[in-house]
Design a protein around this ligand. Structure first.
Ligand code: ADP
Length: 238
């Protein structure tokens, strides 16, 4: 519809501006981080007195860098989704775990994998990994007192199309319906001071771009299940 068209044009314009601004901010942040290191060396032993201040600046500039990286990803997802457009999903799921192992170790979390997909999914490995890591990190953060992380995959036909159904489930805090209805909105976060609110909106965009779907089911105090369906890769598509 016209309304949707206007909306997508607006989003595209916002994307361009965001990408431009994020790019511009990247360089000054790198300069600050570099000079902080130099400063630390110059003050040497006396840096002890300023330890808290130094690490605060360190932490917060790192946080800025991460927000900027996510903003760029948000505004220019194609730049990051390059590479081959077919993924053996089970391999990608398995490759995600080492990336989050340090988080899993810190908390009392057990991991169960139930992976049986054989269909190749029409999405690049990088893009799929980005989505899965977002979901897995969220799942871990939702289980501060431990729990179970369950990753599943299976072949599934949806609306007559072959594809793969993936799920990331946790036994964490869950969400009430009000929160659940907003999680895909850019910048929506309940993690004040630490969240960017971009992880799920980026994931939603990546999955939609791949002509797949992403859905959530959540029960407060019981846990959350994210399911992603992706169409089968066909060498004959453009
Ligand atoms: P962020 O993690 O930076 O807040 P996201 O877009 O990844 O941004 O997530 C948005 C919000 O969705 C989170 O702040 C949280 O409230 C909610 N959320 C996402 N995943 C889960 C989960 N597995 N369990 C409970 N809440 C979740």
């Amino acid at each position: 519809t016209t309304k949707q068209l206007v909306m997508s044009e607006k989003l595209a314009a916002i994307g361009e501006i965001t990408a431009g601004v994020a790019h511009e901010i990247n360089n000054p942040i790198a300069v600050i981080q570099g000079n902080l290191e130099v400063l630390r060396e110059i003050v040497g032993d006396r840096a002890e007195d300023a330890r808290t201040e130094f690490s605060l600046i360190d932490e917060q500039t790192e946080r800025m860098r991460q927000i900027v990286t996510k903003l760029l990803l948000f505004a220019r997802p194609d730049e990051f989704s390059g590479g081959e457009e077919a993924s053996s999903t089970d391999e990608v799921v398995r490759d995600c775990l080492p990336l989050v192992r340090h988080l899993i170790r810190k908390q009392q979390i057990s991991v169960r994998e139930d992976l049986h997909a054989e269909t190749l999914a029409a999405i690049s490995r990088t893009a799929l990994q980005q989505v899965l890591v977002n979901l897995i990190v969220n799942a871990i953060q939702a289980m501060p007192n431990g729990g179970e992380l369950v990753l599943t995959s299976e072949d599934q036909v949806q609306e007559g199309r072959n594809g793969v159904l993936l799920s990331v489930a946790d036994t964490g805090t869950g969400m009430d319906p009000e929160v659940a209805s907003r999680i895909f909105d850019p910048f929506f976060t309940t993690k004040k001071g630490t969240g960017t609110g971009l992880g799920l909106s980026i994931s939603h965009m990546i999955v939609t771009e791949a002509e797949g779907t992403i859905k959530v089911r959540s029960t407060p105090d019981a846990g959350t299940v994210f399911s992603i369906w992706l169409p089968e890769f066909s060498a004959f598509d453009d």
